[in-house]
Design a protein around this ligand. Structure first.
Ligand SMILES: [Zn+2]
Length: 218
């Protein structure tokens, strides 16, 4: 399989290293702790292949070789470890959203605050709205390790680029890993600002994506 990939010009070693780099950065930015969260990408130029972080392994103990190559049925194509327990959630997104090439799931504190409160993360910061394309909805709690969860989550997220799983965490998507990761950071920043703003007023000033006049995909 890796031979097939190399014929497409795809550098799987570089991609595995990039995923691990973003995993480590997610800890550095306070988005994840312990073995929380997971990251995946759609392999470009070939049908039905995805790279995803393995299950139950701390990021600071992970090596690029631990990143697992799977197909859309979540079966391991290449890898010595099993994929993330939330692999079916990632696959549900890739099936539903052809525009998505990368997914970042994390469990940051302020995003989770709004998940517990049950209120969307509003567009308090322009830097969030341009990436999420709107307020970040809250999906009611469900266990996340099954296909049904993925379907329900896609319903909640719609065409947006972020969704909060109540009592659990945040998932962001993008056309590439850099953008999906930037969206996670932006959502967590806006969630923090909203928490402070709501301590001072019930009516913080929020932006509406549709009124910003953004015509180009970011
Ligand atoms: Zn999680």
């Amino acid at each position: 399989m890796t031979d097939t990939l190399s014929r497409t010009g795809f550098d799987i070693d570089a991609a595995r290293k990039e995923i691990l780099d973003y995993c480590l950065r997610s800890m550095e930015y306070g988005l994840n702790f312990n073995t929380q969260g997971n990251i995946s990408i759609r392999v470009p130029g070939v049908d039905d292949r995805f790279l995803i972080t393995p299950t139950d392994l701390e990021y600071d103990r992970m090596t690029p070789d631990d990143i697992v190559l799977v197909n859309g049925d979540s079966e391991v194509i290449d890898g010595r470890l099993g994929p993330s327990s939330e692999v079916t959630v990632h696959m549900a997104v890739y099936k539903r959203r052809p525009d998505v090439n990368a997914i970042v799931h994390s469990e940051p504190v302020f995003s989770n605050v709004w998940g517990v409160v049950g209120s969307p993360i509003l567009g308090t910061l322009v830097n969030m709205v341009i990436y999420t394309k709107g307020d970040v909805p809250i999906m009611p709690f469900e266990l996340s390790n099954n296909t049904e969860f993925g379907e329900h989550m896609c319903d909640a997220m719609g065409d947006l680029n972020a969704v909060v799983w109540a009592n659990h965490g945040l998932l962001t998507v993008g056309p590439n890993l850099r953008d999906a990761f930037k969206t996670s950071v932006a959502v967590e920043s806006a969630a923090k600002v909203q928490a402070y703003a709501r301590a001072l007023t019930d009516t913080p000033i929020v932006l509406e994506y549709d009124k910003l006049g953004i015509t180009e995909a970011l």
